[in-house]
Design a protein around this ligand. Structure first.
Ligand code: ADP
Ligand code: MG
Length: 359
């Protein structure tokens, strides 16, 4: 149950590699913060600095208003669950879970109670005498969680804890970790490269790229108002469509022009584009697959595009259309279908169009 503040934190490794750049992040007590970003963007390094396993090159780390930079890992009262679980292979499940408490000289009876109670809550109480190699991936994951829980830490750090599990188990453990969070009422900092985990688990999402924070916000804000193309492409499945376009002022209003097509902007967006001097500028237009509609009755002014591919998932149909040497992805209901190679009429929900600066 602790507050974490990172103040202009930088990590430069011995070889000169600048892995984390000017990180400013404030995590409230009892938040579930998810750091999300591609492999190599600095997520693990941030967790290791918070845990005290990696020295902070520059900047300050505060936990509950206390400067932690030079406090040893063992005195931070933080538990970390690693991607590979990091269980002691020669120890039983019981001893793995009890290890941290033994180190802290907790009495035997109390250790026994704590370990058995936690094992029970995780459904691994019948595995306490087994060694890690006698467990499935999912069971090992639970032991690693249990080892963290028994310590009653003030902060939980989790580094891609589900990435070694198969898809079904991953979904199940995802829900279990969120339930655990609600039960323990503790601060969670969770690292993943999986946008679904970020969206479904976090109360706050931090999107990272190349050591730099791109955006910090609650999941819905990240989804509705992505700060840039990187964030927009990280969150959302299928990914947002991006199209090079030009803002044009023409008779009848403000349009986005791309290839031989044009889309009229809403009054609000038009006003904004006018005010901010976007007329005749090249921009990147973003539109999510669910914000493109099929006009089967040909009632509107629509784009006519050629259908390349369909992926019907039963609950939804993902359609791929050819557009300017690229694909436009549309998420529709299964009833919207067409023959491959045929032309279909599409229109955009203009209120859901994102306009990004070209970098
Ligand atoms: P992530 O967890 O997001 O995949 P990491 O935090 O593990 O990324 O690594 C961030 C970057 O720092 C990577 O480019 C990685 O190669 C580099 N890195 C990590 N550890 C070291 C180290 N000890 N020495 C030099 N570079 C490192
Ligand atoms: Mg990592």
């Amino acid at each position: 149950m602790s507050k974490v503040v990172l103040n202009n934190v930088n990590k430069i490794f011995g070889n000169g590699f600048h892995a984390v750049k000017n990180l400013n992040l404030s995590i409230d007590s009892q938040e579930f913060v998810v750091l999300v970003g591609p492999s190599g963007c600095g997520k693990t390094t941030i967790l290791r600095m918070i845990a005290g396993l990696e020295k902070i090159t520059e900047g300050e780390l505060y936990i509950d208003d206390k400067l932690m930079n030079n406090i040893e890992a063992k005195d931070r009262d933080i538990a970390m669950v690693f991607q590979n679980y990091a269980l002691y292979p020669h120890m039983s499940v019981y001893d793995n879970m009890a290890f941290g408490l033994k180190m802290r000289k907790v009495n035997k009876k109390e250790i026994y109670n704590k370990v058995t109670e936690t094992a029970k809550s995780l459904g691994i109480d019948d595995l306490l005498t087994r060694k890690p190699h006698e467990l499935s991936g999912g069971q090992r994951q639970r032991v690693a969680l249990g080892r963290a829980i028994v310590r009653n830490p003030r902060i939980f750090l989790m580094d891609e804890p589900l990435s070694n599990l198969d898809a079904k188990l991953r979904v199940q453990m995802r829900a279990e970790i969120v339930k655990l969070y609600h039960k323990l009422n503790t601060t969670f900092i969770y690292v993943t490269h999986d946008q679904t985990e970020a969206m479904t688990m976090g109360t706050k999402i931090v999107v990272m790229n190349e050591g730099v924070v791109q955006q910090v916000a609650d999941p819905q804000t990240i989804y509705d108002k992505p700060a840039n193309v990187f964030v927009a492409s990280t969150i959302g499945n299928p990914q947002m469509n991006f199209i090079d376009a030009r803002v044009a002022k023409e008779e009848g209003g403000i349009y986005l022009r791309f290839g031989t097509f044009k889309v009229k902007m809403s009054a609000d967006v038009s006003e904004l584009l006018l005010k901010s001097g976007y007329i005749d500028k090249e921009v990147i237009m973003g539109i999510r697959p669910e914000n493109i509609m099929l006009d089967q009755e040909n009632k509107r002014e629509a784009l006519s595009l050629k259908l390349e591919l369909m992926e019907n998932l039963g609950s939804e149909n993902i359609l791929y259309f050819e557009i300017m040497d690229s694909s436009l992805v549309v998420k529709a209901e299964p009833k919207y279908r067409g023959a491959i190679g045929s032309y279909m009429n599409l229109y955009f929900d203009v209120d859901k169009i994102h306009i990004f600066d070209k970098e």
